[in-house]
Design a protein around this ligand. Structure first.
Ligand SMILES: *Cc1c(COP(=O)(O)O)cnc(C)c1O
Length: 486
């Protein structure tokens, strides 16, 4: 199967690319992305059969259905990366919280956020493809906090790869920042920028489409790619854990063929939610995908009014920094899937030129078949955190946004995107617990919960800072070139 461009003009023939090409070069014509045009449909009996498999085997079966050009042996190696997770057999852990409420814990990887679920295998594949082709790549990412550590980790000392990560100075939690500035690897570079996540993502998009920058890299034998969820390689692995949760519930007899479930997703760049939508398209009996935002609630507005309006918005800092985003890149893939490349191009051009786009009421109705959206304030989040902490369950501030969307009369799966350890100050504040400093507070809260904190987190506070650089947005390109020359 091939992927197609998401933006096109009237009568333009859509460019089709192989998965390997989309991984290595993720931007498509007119500044768009790549996405599948059709999805393999899994039959009812096959869902039951798949539900009996271990995660790694399930993942390989799902990938096989797409018939992509990447070799099965490389996918196998990629999936084997899950062996570094807390429980190698269960990288994603589906747990029952109470009647009708499950939580899909996706943070059991090396950097303690769900980004590892996709970036761990993705890193193996990208490095593998680069080696097969005898090419060298500069992989860039912009991060609102969790993509950065996960990207650096997956590429640390990978062959034929250099990785650069841009993070907003003061825009991430302290643990997220420490993860990035202390990450070891000869081939890694972390740069803090004076701006917010949208600035970082815009800088990344500008560099990705800059012929001048690419020329300078070429002169040093490097091609450019990106590890953000603009890359379809990320999305592929994000379909799998939603589909697996559904298949497991079916296999265990919690639901039957006629029962539909709802999936609640704390959203930022919309990659995770898109994965759930694609799982639905593959036949998982998901009724609603519930999109939750923090006070940066542009997605709530969009799914309720059909208007995506950046003109009157300013990014607000919240206790869920990984969702402090206004430009949600993956909504584009949803628009493409529902309304086609020509319409998507129109809307995306409006966004670029007018900082606003509006879909019709009929189009909105179409989106509402699959999605509803709401947002959660920090105050509401803190209440949820406190309530569950009292029961001995630590819910991080991102995942906490989901609870207000639970429908007691239906089976809900909350998608849990990070472990609380990355956000200790917010957790302790929510629970009215005093602490001296973050390190002491972390251990104190862990003791209350009777949880172990991984060494990857506890060791951060004493680790040497290897990447101290902070720069203006206008200096990013120079900084990168300077580093590459070394
Ligand atoms: C990245 C992230 C999100 C948002 O996920 P998207 O796929 O960008 O919508 C939510 N929570 C956490 C903890 C994250 O790291």
């Amino acid at each position: 199967m091939k992927l197609v461009q998401t933006r096109a003009t009237q009568n333009e023939e859509l460019k089709k690319v192989k998965l390997s090409e989309a991984l290595l070069s993720p931007t498509s014509p007119h500044g768009g992305l790549y996405a599948p045009r059709k999805f393999p449909l899994i039959s009812r009996p096959y869902w039951h059969e798949l539900g009996g498999l271990k995660y790694a085997d399930f993942a390989l079966k799902i990938i096989k259905l797409f018939d992509f050009d990447v070799k099965n042996s490389l996918f196998k190696k990629a999936i084997a990366r899950y062996e570094s997770f807390d429980n190698p057999k269960k990288p994603a852990q589906l747990k029952k919280l109470k009647k009708n409420l499950y939580i899909n814990e996706l943070y059991h990887g090396p950097t303690r956020a769900f980004k590892d679920m996709a970036l761990q295998p993705f890193g193996e594949i990208l490095s593998g493809l680069a080696q097969e082709r005898g090419e060298n790549y500069l992989i860039m990412c912009a991060t609102s906090g969790d993509t950065g550590p996960a990207t650096l980790k997956t590429f640390a000392d990978a062959k034929n790869i250099k990785a650069v990560c841009l993070y907003p100075e003061n825009g991430t939690s302290e643990v997220q920042r420490l993860q990035m500035v202390t990450m070891q690897g000869q081939n890694l570079k972390t740069i803090g920028i004076k701006g917010d996540f949208d600035d970082a993502q815009n800088a990344l998009k500008t560099l990705l489409s800059s012929d001048e920058f690419k020329g300078e890299l070429k002169a040093r034998n490097l091609s450019l790619s990106a590890a953000n969820s603009v890359n379809f390689g990320r999305i592929l692995f994000q379909i799998i854990y939603h589909a697996y949760a559904y298949a497991r519930l079916l296999n265990k007899g919690v639901i039957n063929d006629l029962t539909s479930i709802d999936i609640i997703v704390p959203s930022g760049n919309f990659g995770n939610a898109l994965g759930a939508y694609y799982a639905k398209k593959m036949g998982a009996n998901i009724d609603l995908i519930k999109i939750v935002s923090n006070e940066n609630n542009i997605l709530t507005e969009f799914f309720n009014t059909g208007i995506y309006d950046l003109t009157n918005k300013k990014l607000v800092k919240t206790i869920s920094p990984a969702m402090d985003i206004l430009i949600s890149s993956n909504v584009e893939r949803l628009l493409f899937d529902k309304f086609g490349a020509v319409r998507t191009n129109e809307l995306m051009q409006d966004l670029k030129e007018k900082k606003c786009y509006q879909i019709t009421q009929d189009e909105l109705k179409e989106l509402k078949k699959d999605f509803i959206a709401d947002f959660c304030t920090d105050k509401e989040c803190e209440k949820t955190i406190k309530k569950w902490a009292k029961k001995g369950v630590a819910i991080d501030p991102h995942t906490a946004t989901c609870f207000k969307m639970v429908d007691k009369d239906r089976l809900n799966i909350i998608t849990s995107t990070a472990q609380w350890v990355k956000f200790t100050p917010s957790m302790l504040k929510a629970c009215d617990i005093e602490y001296k400093n973050e390190q002491e507070g972390l251990l104190k809260f862990a003791k209350i919960l009777d949880e172990n904190v991984t060494k990857s987190i506890t060791s951060l506070f004493d680790a040497p800072v290897l990447h101290p650089d902070i720069c203006e947005i206008s200096q990013i390109k120079e900084k990168i070139i300077e580093w590459i020359k070394k």
